[in-house]
Design a protein around this ligand. Structure first.
Ligand SMILES: *Cc1c(COP(=O)(O)O)cnc(C)c1O
Length: 430
């Protein structure tokens, strides 16, 4: 790992740097937070201290010959921002380094990142094995759109290695795809076991690392081939912009790059600039999200209005030991089932005064969602049952507000479901 000293070096910019020169720092002295704050920024001749925003769709050349050399690839450099952009490149290099990957290609959204992987590595007749517990739109992408182009997908239980094994069609299955932990039910995948199975069958393995980010989990270290991000979530972390990314080896990412540059879902430099600043505080934020989420999960698990809590940080969670091995902390998403079904769940939502009622997650602001009628509302009753989306299920993306205020905002609705507690709350407030 190398890192930019941050010295002004106009030559670097013109030479389109492949790596970041180390000046005055031993390679092994560079840690996660240092990479997150400094990596990838080669200062321009202006000597700017903060990462510059290059809002330029195209780039210019010294001469006709210089232009020709750029277009032929003989000289490396920027041509057009659908291909490369200096601000986007800072984000890509920084995220690649944080994930421990050789290269990153940024995309316009998380879905664009998944689509780019599909277009890069799948063709008509190929087969995909995907966890049932993935982001809803990911399921639609595989089921509805890729199927149109002759790609078949089998959906399996994330934590059931046997199902993955049985779903493999030798020589036809090309891709394994999952998220771990899953959302909203926090199932955990054994990444080392799945990647061994994938390798033995010549299958690519892609993991959507949106929920953990590299601050908590680095899938490439478990033999995963491709890491996918919705940068919209924790990488930005402040609910401002859409973006995505794919990270992996040079060879695989060259294919992804070809798709993005040709098909066009390139990341806006403005959004990249926001994500660069987001990465700088990533570990601090993920630890704070995780700490509050764990406390909330513990409190919910003993609340009389709560039937069940889904959070891998709780020792009784079936994936707890595995998550503790793979992750530095358990993340910011807590789901729970309240007693009394949909009416009770809606009552909890409607009595919040601070927590935002929205489907988004990974924000400094806490959010609350009723999956059965929002994110998973289009699923049939049977599909909901299979996916474990009960009527009483709520998902909270725990933000960075003071923990006491988050708990209090949920306690109001939860206490109201228990007559004895509601009476007590009333007494106190009158
Ligand atoms: C939001 C999300 C996506 C899609 O990302 P967009 O940026 O909204 O396109 C993919 N995977 C997961 C796990 C997500 O939460």
């Amino acid at each position: 790992m190398t890192i930019s000293s941050g010295r002004t070096n106009a030559e670097n910019v013109e030479q389109y740097p492949e790596s970041n020169p180390v000046m005055g720092m031993e390679e092994d002295a560079v840690h996660f937070d240092t990479i997150a704050v400094r990596h990838g920024h080669h200062k321009t001749a202006e000597g700017e201290h903060s990462e510059p925003l290059f809002l330029s769709s195209s780039f210019v050349y010294q001469s006709a010959a210089d232009a020709a050399a750029h277009f032929s690839g003989a000289v490396k450099g920027n041509i057009y921002s659908r291909f490369t952009n200096p601000t986007v490149r800072i984000f890509e290099q920084r995220l690649a380094e944080l994930e421990g990957g050789e290269r990153c290609v940024a995309t316009a959204s998380g879905m664009a990142a998944i689509l780019a992987v599909a277009l890069a590595f799948l063709k008509a007749g190929d087969h995909v094995v995907c966890s049932r517990a993935v982001f809803g739109t990911t399921t639609s992408l595989f089921e509805k759109y890729l199927q149109k182009f002759g790609v078949q997908t089998t959906f399996v239980t994330l934590s059931a290695l046997d199902e993955w094994k049985e779903a493999i069609q030798p020589g036809v299955t090309r891709l394994f795809f999952c998220e771990t932990p899953s959302n909203p039910l926090a199932e955990i995948a054994d990444m080392a076991a799945l990647s061994a199975l994938a390798k033995a069958n010549n299958i690519l393995f892609a993991v959507d690392n949106c929920a953990c980010t590299p601050a908590l989990q680095k899938p490439l270290a478990y033999g995963v081939d491709l890491v996918i991000h919705s940068a919209t979530k924790y990488l930005d972390g402040q609910g401002r912009a859409l973006g995505g990314a794919v990270v992996g080896s040079h060879a695989l990412l060259e294919e992804v790059y070809g798709v993005v540059r040709t098909c066009g879902p390139s990341l806006s430099p403005f959004n990249a600039w926001l994500f660069i600043k987001g990465l700088e505080t990533l570990r601090l934020r993920m630890e704070a999200h995780s700490a509050s989420a764990l406390t909330l999960a513990q409190w919910l698990s003993v609340h009389p209005a709560v039937e069940r809590v889904y959070y891998a940080g709780l020792p009784e969670h079936p994936g707890h030991a595995l998550a503790a091995r793979q992750q530095k902390a358990f993340g910011g998403l807590v789901s729970f089932v309240v007693k009394g079904g949909k009416d009770a769940a809606w009552a909890v939502i409607d009595q919040t005064r601070m927590i935002s009622i929205t489907g988004n997650l990974g924000d400094t602001k806490s959010t609350i969602t009723h999956p059965a009628t929002t994110t998973h509302g289009r699923l049939s009753e049977q599909a909901k049952r299979e996916a474990g989306i009960e009527d009483g299920l709520l998902r909270v993306s725990v933000g960075l507000e003071d923990y006491q205020d988050i708990q209090k905002d949920l306690a109001r609705g939860l206490d109201s479901l228990i007559p004895a507690l509601a009476a007590k709350t009333e007494c106190v407030s009158t």
